[in-house]
Design a binder for this molecule. Structure first.
Ligand code: ADQ
Length: 727
């Protein structure tokens, strides 16, 4: 039997193919994601699918050698042409999504239509590569913004696959996200997953909000119902390989290197920055803050040195060239102003270095500056903390890094506020050893509690979870069996909803006229021996009369407020013109007048505030307002405020479809079995009121307490036909 595996899918493989003097070799790829997933990849024996770098210049033999090396590393390459990389990666991913998601809208490429097309095409390439390797039971974990369309593409081809998606970068506020011309496709793409993970609760909130505004879904905090599936939204702050950093930090070679770096600093306070050379990392403002510090405190000018390690990255994207020019200029200016024969205050190392070198720097530093303008998480902050096994050192951290949510014992700063960064830097430089140790202790506890292995485990556990709150009752794959069970009842009391249950939902209520076949079916059921039929609807009395008046059945209109027994007349369950209505109507009208797309509907017993066509965010504000305004009235008159699908209804407490159950039971012979079928929330009242031994059947997807589920009104009718004719 096939053991289920994990398929990791990301833009880049953790290794990149290199050719050196004809020899093919694999080099470790840089960047936060590759670093983070390397451990889980090894530990979980997973297969990693991604781009191995450009192999277009390789000979056939070299390419063959590369593929073998890659397979030995449990990776599977998705080869991309240079033209594809230029548009999908440099273009759409890094010149559209990356700046936009980091709140730098001015850096977004002007016209990206062609890049978008190639982005979709490459996502499809990835989809085919995954489908080729997926076997039933395998889990798929897709990573990051380069592959946002992939979950949906996989869902279409592998409907039963368990698919997780994790976004390593921020998800911006919906105000910003909606700028994206392809916002709808991106959201739908992500929602193909079973679980979508973010670093922080606010990214998750932004995503849910965007989905509400753009797609009109109604998200709860951690779940969105989308196309008949429940997509869970998780908060999974990524960690680092803490043990590995501790090991490096205790390595004698690394310690000696750290000592050497300190000696070279010549007694100055060592301020450290370690970043990919990216405009989101806030390098220019960090330099300006240092300059501000020197302006204000001449005594610090010869006592502080900033070592800035900057890994080359995305060098073909224009905005990055511009950044390098700008940073070089600032460094030149500040060094010229404040340098001396003894040395310059800023050392910019524009290169990648091995991990032990980075840890030696972390250990040598007095102050670590992590001041991105926006960052999904920022691993450098956590690496610094994990490396400080000596418990010393101060961390200055941007409040706009995801890490700030966890690392609240750092000195948090607004990286845009240069004055404040300067004074916080000064505070860090002057921090007493006692304070350093106290803060570092708390920071280390935090980082240790959530390392990268725990992170991956939690995400995968979540992905494996059948959500306990959302049991998915078996779609009655054998309606015939269910019909047999019902047919076996001694005496049958049927309680049937109309819209969405016997009839497909129509765009407007008056389009949903019953057809002759349905009337015939209900009549046949009513004439079936030992069987009674109740129609239980939210519709008005006259409407139900017009539809079914001539049939020998009982009817419950307006969610059970009106009742008409078989052959009898309509009677109300209470005052049909209650005193609270005028007041409630005035409140609802007032609010509807201020809310485009909203309208009020008056029924005999209730008032409904409809907001199907209202902007989702505005609707949520208005609903809160409405509930607040109706609070006192509801208290005094014992009213319930019910939320249905895009409608808020106010009605007397206890007047709901459950009343139909009490009435049906009142004159049913002992041993009668109740069978209730319905599709929306108001039918849940019906199900709740059922006595033991009854059968509840929910129609369609979504939450329910019913034990059975049928797919559609067609299936409901088939079931009822089977009762009439025997199956
Ligand atoms: P990145 O933007 O790549 O990651 P980050 O989380 O800081 O940012 O990771 C950078 C990695 O590169 C770190 O592991 C660091 O040690 C390493 N590094 C930096 N400078 C280096 C140098 N000169 N030489 C060698 N290595 C160097 C994205 C998101 C982040 C998120 C991660 C993981 O942008 O917000 O934290 O993914 O989810």
């Amino acid at each position: 039997m096939h053991m289920p595996r994990l398929l990791i899918v990301s833009n880049r493989l953790p290794v990149t193919v290199k050719v050196d003097q004809g020899e093919v070799s694999l080099a470790r790829s840089a960047g936060g994601l590759a670093t983070a997933m390397r451990g889980p990849h090894e530990r979980l024996d997973a297969l990693w699918i991604g781009w191995p770098g450009d192999v277009s210049r390789l000979t056939d033999a070299q390419r063959h050698a590369a593929d073998e090396r890659l397979a030995a590393e449990r990776t599977a390459p998705v080869h991309l042409s240079q033209a594809q990389v230029a548009r999908y990666y440099d273009g759409f991913s890094n010149a559209v999504l990356w700046p936009l998601f980091h709140y730098l809208a001015d850096k977004v490429e002007l016209d990206a239509r062609r890049d978008w097309e190639v982005y979709a095409e490459v996502n499809d390439r990835f989809a085919r590569a995954v489908v080729e390797r997926w076997r039933p039971g395998d889990f798929i974990w897709v990573h990051d913004y380069q592959l946002m369309l992939l979950p949906q593409m996989l869902r279409e081809r592998l409907p039963d696959a368990r698919i997780g998606f994790f976004l390593h970068i921020p998800f911006p506020s919906s105000e910003l996200f909606r700028i994206l011309p392809w916002r709808e496709q991106i959201l739908r793409g992500m929602l193909g997953a079973d679980l979508v993970g973010f670093h922080t609760a606010s990214f998750r909130h932004n995503f849910a909000n965007s989905a509400a505004r753009v797609l009109g879904v109604e998200p709860e905090v951690d779940v969105v119902q989308h196309e008949g599936r429940a997509v869970r939204l998780g908060v999974h702050p990524i960690g680092i390989d803490v043990a590995e950093f501790a090991r490096l930090a205790n390595d004698p070679g690394v310690l000696a290197h750290a000592q050497q770096i300190r000696r070279e600093t010549g007694g100055r306070t060592l301020v450290l920055g370690v970043d990919r050379f990216d405009y989101t990392k806030g390098l220019p403002r960090r330099m300006l803050a240092l300059e501000r510090l020197f302006e204000r405190g001449p005594h610090l000018r010869k006592k502080v040195r900033l070592v800035q390690l900057a890994v080359p990255t995305r060098e073909r994207v224009d905005a990055y060239a511009e950044l390098r020019r700008h940073v070089n200029e600032l460094v030149g200016r500040i060094n010229a102003q404040y340098g001396s024969v003894g040395g310059v205050p800023i050392h910019l190392l524009h290169r990648s270095v091995p991990p032990d070198y980075v840890v030696a720097l972390y250990l040598a530093a007095d102050v670590m500056m992590v001041t991105p303008l926006r960052d999904g998480m920022n691993l450098v902050a956590k690496e610094f903390v994990a490396s400080r096994v000596d418990g010393a050192g101060a961390l200055v951290l941007s409040e706009f890094a995801g890490a700030a949510d966890e690392l609240s014992d750092a000195l948090l700063v607004n990286p845009y506020d240069i004055d404040s960064v300067a004074s916080t830097l000064q505070r860090a430089i002057l921090m007493s050893p006692a304070e350093q140790h106290a803060r570092m202790r708390a920071l280390r506890a935090q980082v240790e509690a959530n390392d990268v292995h725990a992170w991956a485990r939690r995400f995968l556990d979540d992905l494996a979870l059948e959500d306990p709150r959302r049991p998915r009752p078996s779609l009655a794959s054998a309606p015939a069996k269910l019909a047999d069970e019902i047919a076996a009842s001694q005496y049958l009391e049927l309680l049937l909803d109309y819209d969405g249950t016997l009839m497909p939902l129509a765009r407007t209520p008056d389009q949903a006229q019953p057809d002759d076949a349905l009337r015939a079916l209900l009549r046949a059921l009513a004439e079936r021996p030992r069987t009674r039929v109740n129609l239980v609807s939210g519709r008005k009395r006259d409407n139900m009369d017009a539809f079914f008046g001539e049939l020998p059945i009982a009817m419950h209109a307006e969610h059970g407020f009106w009742f008409k027994p078989r052959g009898g007349a309509w009677a109300a369950a209470g005052d049909a013109n209650p005193p609270w209505k005028d007041e409630a109507r005035a409140i609802m009208d007032r609010l509807a007048a201020r809310t485009g797309g909203a309208f009020v509907e008056e029924k005999a017993v209730s008032l409904a505030w409809h907001y199907r066509r209202v902007d989702a965010e505005l609707a949520s504000v208005r609903l809160r307002e409405l509930r607040y305004l109706l609070r006192d009235l509801a208290d005094v008159h014992r009213l319930e405020v019910l939320s249905g699908s895009k409608v808020l209804e106010l009605r007397p407490a206890g007047v709901n479809k459950g009343l139909a159950v009490a009435r049906a039971r009142a004159d049913a012979p002992p041993g009668a079995r109740l069978v209730a079928i319905g599709d929306d929330r108001t039918d849940e009242d019906l199900f709740t009121a059922l006595p033991e031994g009854s059968i509840a059947i929910h129609v369609g997807r979504g939450d329910t307490i019913a034990r059975y589920r049928l797919e559609s009104p067609e299936e409901v009718r088939a079931l009822l036909e089977a009762l009439v004719h025997g199956s």
